[in-house]
Design a binder for this molecule. Sequence first.
Ligand code: PEP
Ligand code: MG
Length: 590
Amino acid sequence: MEKEEGKPTFLLRGIGVSPGIVRGKAYLYDRVDEPVTLYKLTNPDLVAKEVKRLKKALRESERQLRELKNNLGFMAGAEPLYIIDVYMMILRDKAFVKGTVQNIEEALVNAEWAVKMTIDRYRAVFEKVTDHYLRGRIADIEYVGQRVIRSLAGINKPVIKDLGKGVIIIARDLSPADTAQMMMDKVLGFATDMGGKTSHTAIVTKAIGIPAVLGLETLTAVAKTNDEIIIDGTSGIVIINPDQEMLKRYEDKKRLYLDAELVTLKYARLPAITRDNHKIKISSNIEFLEEIPTAISCGAEGIGLYRTEFIYINRESPPTEEDHFQSYSRVIGQNGLAWTNIRTFDLGADKVFAEAKSPREANPQMGLRAIRFSLKEKELFITQLRAILRASAMGRTRVLFPMISSVEELREAKEILGQVKQGLVAEGVPIGDKVEVGIMIEVPSAVVMARDLAKEADFFSIGTNDLIQYLLAVDRVNEKVTYLYEPLHPAILRLLKQVVEAGHEAGIPVSICGEMAGEPLYTVILLGMELDELSMNPLAIPRIKKIIRRTSLGESKALLNEVLNYSSVAEIRKRVESFMGERFPEEFSE
Ligand code: PEP
Ligand code: MG
């Protein structure tokens, strides 16, 4: 699906309260509180009348909640029903009812205003409570109060109606009852400005199993009904009007999320060692720091690719050195992560957030992107490099330059890095002892020049996403040519082998960090290449480990050598699919 022209992309971070990834159309649910007007009761007869109105509204509210509970009967025993019980208890609570009646009798005000006074009084008390959970409970009383006020106003239609199926609800706030009611409409997910991990809405969404991100603060200010939206309830990320590249990434993540759940527990913690004792390093690609816990729990040994361009999203001005440093110091040296490959920003091209800076290019994939952009915008580059080097004092750090297409580019980038290092040392700023410098091999010329590049780099990381695009001349985000985007193309396999050999001849390690590394179908072929490391979407790790542990380097090399003789994609694909299907029937049976 095309990103609608003119709609800006926003990325927001909140609290992921219910895991899972969904994508759909946003529906802005605006719960407008009923306006409450004050009437003074001038005539004593009116007092009894108002008390009667109040009691009737309390009964009506209770009836509505009971009805909602009955409608949700299929979820018996689940959290939402318990919360509705809590609401009914508040409605019957002596202090709540008596206090409100007293407001009518003593302050001589209408029932609506009396309810408002009661809520205000509770709010004042709850605001003083230090316990986060308890303080959050005022939301329940406010919700009940609103129900009563609506009943007094004669509004008894459900708060939400006619949502349509398959929407993602965005709202300022959602009560657990709203949430429970909406799920009957088969809502895909929820995202709200307010709310936290312990809010009832969080508990309800989790119990129902619908992905949700709360506490986004500015969501309803930027998102509108019908905007395309992605919710990642695992990492707490919400993307509004994603571009093609993000959509594709999240489609993959979504699929992997479902698979990973099943195999995570068993394989995540085990090392990636083949039956004949060949060890391969497994690391994670991340775009956001929020993915680090998933990377660790899925079994990543390090971060093989940190796509730092995501730090630039949603900003009017570029991030400062401190912004960069804050990000890197939260990943480098993290317990459980033995190394971090920080790729300098790959801005330009399809990375939307560069739009502000550079005018639209006719052919952005081959335009001023990645290292080309860095070498042109040196100030931005230096700012990032300073932050990376400062953070390198905290643990093993490897700098990775994207889109290197010649030795000159590598030399120039290293030269700048060297100057930055000298500057920091002169300032007395501590930096890591040895910061390795690697390059992404993702442009065909870099493959041809791999032997020369290997003499000047500490490691190679092959970016198959771009390498396939450039080698086969297939735009990676153009769905009209996806049928040509073929990782098993003989030209790709031969090139990969060449890169590994060139790296190893020079004594440097070679890894792959393109999506290909996380696709189980290609695992045995990649093992046969004798790559040193596979870096992938964290959710893919457990399944890839499972395959590695059940295969041997010997059989992997044999399969690779066999298919390297084939000259057509069809032959290779057929052989690889039948090999994998026979060896791992449980993984590849449809
Ligand atoms: C790649 O090109 O394979 C890669 C890992 O980088 P990106 O997907 O960010 O371009
Ligand atoms: Mg790339």
